[in-house]
Design a protein around this ligand. Structure first.
Ligand SMILES: Cc1ncc(COP(=O)(O)O)c(C=O)c1O
Length: 409
């Protein structure tokens, strides 16, 4: 059968991304992968699971296997309130929506707010999964410039002043893919810009619990709650497989987001939500978190010190205070795609950076920045420190070779 003629207009826009191919290759056992973004299996509370399950069965019985409210399992929504408040997100239970991962929230937001042709403002570069969630709703993208302190407020202001922006999507803390964090000063400026333009920001915050150095910064939600839909997830600190995302939205947005997700999956799995509510309410997340942070800390250090020791002159990289990723920018002319091929041949994978840029035409504040093709993302949470060191050494060797070849041609 010719399925192609049956596809909806939006389906063709969902093209299998090149990055999925990269992740497939990178997952082969002979490849050391710095490409993915998986939490380490050691961070999962497997030892607690029988006890959590037992408590769930005793407390909730058959309700833990039953259909439940689209808004989410009430004990989990309640258990999240102090957790959110400790992170600077003050809210009430009727504004907390549980989604199927934060990815589910991103899809619901696209469905609720985006008509074909609407503009979504995103950081350059941005989280690819958000682009994949929004693109089927056929928006256009406008790119907001970013530097080491995160998105540049003047650039956001200019993009909003140009008009037509339906929503802004940003990962202000330990961004995926760069690891950058928006400074406090800039958070205040962004809040002021949101209020002035009466604009809506989707603040995606999966990583702020994974802080290795420095002080916690307030979420933008705390500075302009009426203008922010705040997303976080239990994927990085409990289990990604249970698909538990958290969305905090003002009452009106909340109402539409609930309606939007009813037609998709009715609700997030009840048993997983019940387990999470026991994990949170029992204080286990707070108890476990320092151990998870300590587990990842040497991995980040291994990557940073090996970069320092091995990288050729002219190469720059971010110094993330948390999260899972480091972003490398090569000297002008370095081709990250060719570098990827060269290091893959030696058994090491990363993700070339150009995949993380929205496809925005230059007149919409887009087009690839000049240095985008020399960038790449490396994950430091999934491999042991010694493996990370060796992998970065391999990348550095390939880079030295590429730059020597460039110089002599
Ligand atoms: C910035 C960002 N947002 C959302 C997600 C998706 O997380 P979840 O597992 O909650 O769907 C990720 C996962 O890597 C991410 O990096």
């Amino acid at each position: 059968m010719d399925f192609h003629r049956l596809l909806a207009d939006r389906t063709e826009r969902m093209e299998a991304s090149a990055i999925r191919e990269i992740l497939k290759v990178a997952s082969q056992p002979e490849v050391v992968s710095l490409a993915g973004g998986l939490p380490a299996a050691e961070s999962f509370p497997l030892d607690l699971l029988p006890g959590l399950l037992d408590a769930v069965v005793r407390k909730y019985g058959a309700a833990s296997l039953q259909y439940d409210a689209s808004e989410g399992f009430m004990p989990l929504r309640e258990a999240l309130l102090p957790h959110l408040a400790a992170r600077g997100v003050t809210t009430t239970v009727d504004q907390v929506l549980i989604t199927s991962g934060s990815q589910g929230a991103l899809d619901g937001i696209g469905k609720t707010f985006l008509s074909p042709g609407d503009i979504v403002a995103v950081e350059a570069p941005t989280y690819l999964g958000a682009l994949q969630a929004f693109t089927p709703y056929q928006p256009r993208y406008a790119q907001v410039e970013a530097d080491d302190d995160g998105l540049v407020p003047a650039s956001l202001d200019a993009v909003l002043s140009a008009g037509g922006v339906k929503l802004i999507y940003a990962v202000p803390t330990f961004q995926n893919p760069t690891g950058r964090t928006l400074s406090i000063e800039r958070r205040h400026r962004v809040a002021e810009i949101l209020r002035r333009h009466d604009a809506l920001l989707v603040e995606d915050d999966p990583y702020s619990d994974l802080r290795y150095v420095g002080e916690r910064v307030p979420p933008i939600h705390s500075l302009a709650p009426d203008h922010v839909i705040y997303l976080t997830t239990l994927s990085k600190t409990f289990s990604p497989g249970l698909r538990l995302g958290v969305c905090v939205a003002s009452p009106e947005a909340f109402r539409w987001l609930v309606i939007a997700r009813q037609g998709v999956d009715l609700h997030t799995g009840t048993l997983g939500q019940a387990l999470a509510s026991e994990y949170l309410a029992g204080g286990y997340l707070d108890e476990r978190l320092p151990g998870i942070v300590e587990f990842y800390r040497p991995r980040r250090e291994a990557m940073l010190t090996t970069l320092e020791r091995t990288m050729p002159e002219g190469v720059r990289w971010t110094q993330p205070e948390g999260g899972m990723f480091i972003w490398v920018t090569g000297p002008a002319g370095l081709d990250a795609d060719r570098l990827y091929e060269a290091t893959l041949a030696r058994g090491v994978a990363f993700v070339p950076g150009r995949h993380f840029y929205a496809d925005a035409p230059p007149h919409d504040g887009g087009g690839l920045p000049a240095d985008a093709t020399s960038t790449f993302r490396m994950n430091f949470t999934a491999a042991e420190p010694a493996v990370i060191e060796r992998a970065v050494e391999v990348i550095a060797e390939a880079m030295h070779e590429a730059l020597r070849a460039q110089a002599s041609s």
